[in-house]
Ligand binder design. Structure first.
Ligand SMILES: C[S@@+](CC[C@H](N)C(=O)[O-])C[C@H]1O[C@@H](n2cnc3c(N)ncnc32)[C@H](O)[C@@H]1O
Length: 286
């Protein structure tokens, strides 16, 4: 027989559980999307990155459109593709990132070539089937557990035309850099905010958990006003450490074959010390 402490009351226990459940649900509902708070800063910190755009254009020339980008963000890659004449659909779950994309689109005469869809990319349903679907700039690493990775890949496969291409572009894990991810904070960029003229410092801290193959990332945007007062916007998200063999296995489990691995945005063959882990895969024949 278990001895309960004197203050044990089953009713209180149930009430506590209900409170915990309500708290967990409320905080999950009210917790902002990881990208919502930083959407305003995203383009100024990452908007200049262009090296992957040419690569996606090469794939687009091979496949034609329409093109689907999952995790489209502010349209950094999708908009140049639309400007090059392709019809593009961009899916993202962050309303703020999509608003930035729509704002960025203003002034570009794209007719109706771009469509923004707010949805979770692990499970959505669109009417169209695409010859090219891509997931750029480490976005696939936001999926931490295998079930989410497989759900997403299967969902994207359903949206591919029978001989379409799926392209994923993630960082090639570098063990040395990962072992250095010990939580220390480093300054990764500083720039003048275009709207306010304030100085913004971008600080990052990564904490590697080898057992779970995850790096817990904390990103801080410190905006310093004219009086020197700092306003900090912080976000945190885990990033999966993903190796080539595991990615290959996931893709095969999700119904892909003819996997071609590349090691950089010039599409050089992948090697163990390549900077990128880029894969182009085709759906298996049904
Ligand atoms: C690293 S950003 C990349 C944005 C853009 N593709 C680029 O290359 O600049 C990742 C994007 O994925 C989105 N995202 C993360 N998890 C998502 C999910 N489960 N469903 C839909 N979008 C998601 C985020 O909101 C964010 O906009």
């Amino acid at each position: 027989m278990r001895i309960r402490p004197a203050y044990y009351s089953p009713l209180r226990h149930v009430r506590q559980l209900i409170r915990l459940f309500v708290y967990a649900t409320m905080s999950a509902m009210s917790r902002p999307h990881s990208y919502d708070p930083i959407a305003r800063y995203y383009d100024q910190a990452h908007g200049e990155i262009e090296e992957d755009i040419g690569m996606m254009q090469t794939f687009a020339q091979e496949t034609g459109g329409p093109i689907l980008e999952v995790g489209v963000g502010t349209g950094r890659v999708a908009l140049p593709l639309a400007q090059a004449g392709y019809d593009v659909v961009g899916v993202d779950s962050s309303q703020e990132m999509l608003e930035m994309a729509a704002r960025r689109q203003q002034g570009m005469s794209l007719d109706n070539r771009v469509k923004w869809v707010q949805a979770d990319f692990r499970d959505f349903e669109l009417d169209s089937r695409f010859p090219l679907i891509y997931c750029a700039y480490n976005t696939f690493l936001h999926l931490i557990d295998e079930q989410d990775q497989l759900n997403a890949l299967r969902c994207w496969r359903r949206h591919l035309q029978p001989d379409g291409h799926l392209v994923l572009d993630v960082e090639n894990p570098e063990l040395f850099a990962i072992t250095e991810a010990d939580g220390s904070i480093e300054l990764s960029a500083s720039y003048e905010d275009e709207e306010t003229g304030n100085l913004v410092h971008v600080l990052r801290s990564g904490w590697a958990d080898f057992a779970d193959q995850v790096i817990k990332m904390n990103i801080f945007y410190d905006e310093v006003d004219a009086e020197g007062v700092v306003r900090r916007i912080a976000t945190t998200f885990p990033m999966r450490i993903l190796f080539r063999r595991e990615l290959s296995l996931l893709l095969r489990m999700a119904g892909f074959e003819r996997l071609n691995f590349f090691g950089d945005h010039q599409l050089s063959p992948w090697q163990s010390d390549s900077p990128r882990l880029i894969v182009a895969a085709r759906p298996t024949k049904r």
